[in-house]
Design a binder for this molecule. Sequence first.
Ligand code: APR
Length: 230
Amino acid sequence: MAKQKLVVLTGAGISAESGLKTFRDSNGLWEGYNVYEVATPRGFKANPALVLEFYNQRRKDVAQAQPNAAHIGIAALEKYFDVTIITQNIDDLHERGGSTNVLHLHGEIFKMRSVANSTKTYHIKGDINLGDLAEDGSQLRPFIVWFEEEVPMIEVAAAVVAEADIFVVVGTSLQVYPAAGLIDIAKPSIPKFIIDKKIPYTSSLQNIAMIEKTASEGIAELTELLIYKK
Ligand code: APR
């Protein structure tokens, strides 16, 4: 029998237990920076060196972080379900946790692109500095979807969510669109779960269970519910 399609939307909260900071738990500051200075095209234009340095540091942080029990627990669900992860995170902790099907909505910290071309990407482990050019002769920048930029993967993600048999949301404040709107695309009849330390507001949805726990505790509980109490 074909496995059921389990779709998991994740945000910064799933990587919190790996030591990576979330965005909105610290008063609009992200690692001490104003989000709009470091995560908008405007900010990059105003001070490209600062923005490159900011992401160089994030890349180092991610390289040092390890997947936690939530990442690993979701990967383990592949034994029972056809799992697709849609993550807003730029880290690679889902992949390192063993998940094989991960769609990144907001880009990836270990990739870069030229300022002139949003689709061709290159792997990067070290730093990007001002003056580092792509083959097309323009400045390299991180492959990150900033505020005010389009989210090219959203249509693929929406199609995946529309086909889901079970939909799970973990560790996102659901404040940033279009990602936050994905929950409304899931079929009304399917089971939905929200796992978060502090459950975010959602408009009234059918068949939704709230698990107000940390990501690792919540994924353990979800696994119990889905597998052992079926
Ligand atoms: N376990 C579970 N949930 C947690 C934990 C934890 N240990 N720690 C924090 N959270 C929850 C918070 O309660 C909050 O609901 O994780 C969520 C984090 O929300 P945000 O910081 O807003 O992160 P996210 O929703 O991923 O942000 C979306 O905004 O800045 C942009 O592009 C960036 O992808 C990001 C997007």
